[in-house]
Design a binder for this molecule. Structure first.
Ligand SMILES: O=C(O)c1ccccc1N[C@@H]1O[C@H](COP(=O)(O)O)[C@@H](O)[C@H]1O
Length: 234
C-alpha cells in the first residue's frame, strides 16, 4: 500500500491515477480496475468538495492493494497538512496549492516534518515559467504532477482542459523523478498524450466523471486505465 522508498524515475508500466474518489464504493471499484493511485481530496471544506479526515479515512480503508491511497491537499498550511497526513498516513501526500502559495522551501520543510513520506507536487503548466517552477522542485518532490492552471486560482488542476504538452514534454525530459501528466485527460486522448509527453503516469478527474456530476463513471475509468496501459512505451 505504501511506497517503501522514493519511486524510480521510470516505472515498469504506465502508472494511472484517478481523482476524486469520494465514496467507499468508488474506492473499491477503482482499485479493482487496477488503477495505481486512488486520489481523495482532503481538507476542512474551505475548497469545494474537500472531505474531512473521518470520511477520507473510511474511503482509504476500501482501497485494495496494490492500489495506493493518494491524499490531495489544496491548503498551503504546512502544520495542517502534516497533522492530516500523520492521521491518514496516505502512500502519497499530493500538494495542490498554487505556486505562489506553496514554495519549494515549504515543500522541503514539509518533507522534514513527514520523514520518509512520498510527496507529489502539482506544477502549473501555463507557459515557459512552468519549466523553471518544475526545476525548482528537483531534489525535493518525489513525483511531479503537471496540470492545467487558471491564473489567480489558489489551487492547481481540476479544470478539465489540456495544456501545452510541448512544455510538459520538456519537463519530463529534465526531471529526475517520475512525472505524472494531468489536465483534461480521458479515455479518448490519453494515448496521444502519452505518445507526445512520455510521462511515467497519467491522471484523470473531469473526463472520467459522470456527465454533469463529480461521481465517477466506472466505464470511463476502465477505458482510461486500459488505454493508458496499452499506450505505455515498451
Ligand atoms: O480532484 C479534485 O477534486 C481537485 C480539486 C481541486 C484542484 C485539483 C483537483 N484535482 C487534481 O486535478 C487533476 C486534473 O483534473 P482534470 O482531469 O483536468 O479535471 C486531477 O486529476 C487531480 O490531480
Amino acid at each position: 500500500m505504501f511506497y517503501a522508498q522514493c519511486p524510480p524515475r521510470r516505472l515498469r508500466a504506465m502508472l494511472t491515477q484517478i481523482y476524486e474518489i469520494s465514496t467507499i464504493e468508488e474506492a473499491s471499484a477503482v482499485s479493482a480496475i487496477g488503477v495505481d493511485h486512488v486520489g481523495v481530496l482532503v481538507g476542512d471544506g474551505r475548497f469545494p468538495r474537500e472531505l474531512p479526515i473521518s470520511a477520507a479515512s473510511e474511503i482509504a480503508a476500501a482501497i485494495v492493494p496494490p492500489s495506493k491511497f493518494s491524499a490531495l491537499f489544496l491548503t498551503c498550511d504546512l502544520s495542517l497538512i502534516a497533522s492530516w497526513a500523520r492521521e491518514l498516513n496516505p502512500a502519497i501526500v499530493h500538494l495542490g496549492a498554487s505556486a505562489e502559495l506553496l514554495s519549494p522551501q515549504d515543500v522541503a520543510s514539509l518533507k522534514r516534518m513527514l520523514p520518509g513520506k512520498v510527496v507529489m507536487r502539482s506544477i502549473p503548466v501555463f507557459g515557459e515559467e512552468s519549466v523553471a517552477i518544475a526545476r525548482s522542485y528537483v531534489g525535493i518532490a518525489d513525483f511531479l504532477l503537471l496540470d492545467s492552471y487558471r491564473a489567480t486560482d489558489k489551487q492547481i488542476g481540476a479544470l478539465g482542459v489540456t495544456h501545452d504538452w510541448g512544455i510538459s514534454r520538456r519537463i519530463v525530459d529534465l526531471a529526475p523523478v517520475p512525472v505524472v501528466l494531468a489536465g483534461g485527460l480521458g479515455p479518448d486522448n490519453v494515448a496521444e498524450a502519452i505518445r507526445t509527453v512520455r510521462p511515467a503516469g497519467v491522471d484523470s478527474k473531469t473526463r472520467t466523471d459522470q456527465d454533469g456530476s463529480h461521481a465517477k463513471d466506472l466505464d470511463r475509468v476502465r477505458r482510461f486505465h486500459e488505454a493508458a496501459r496499452a499506450a505505455a512505451p515498451s
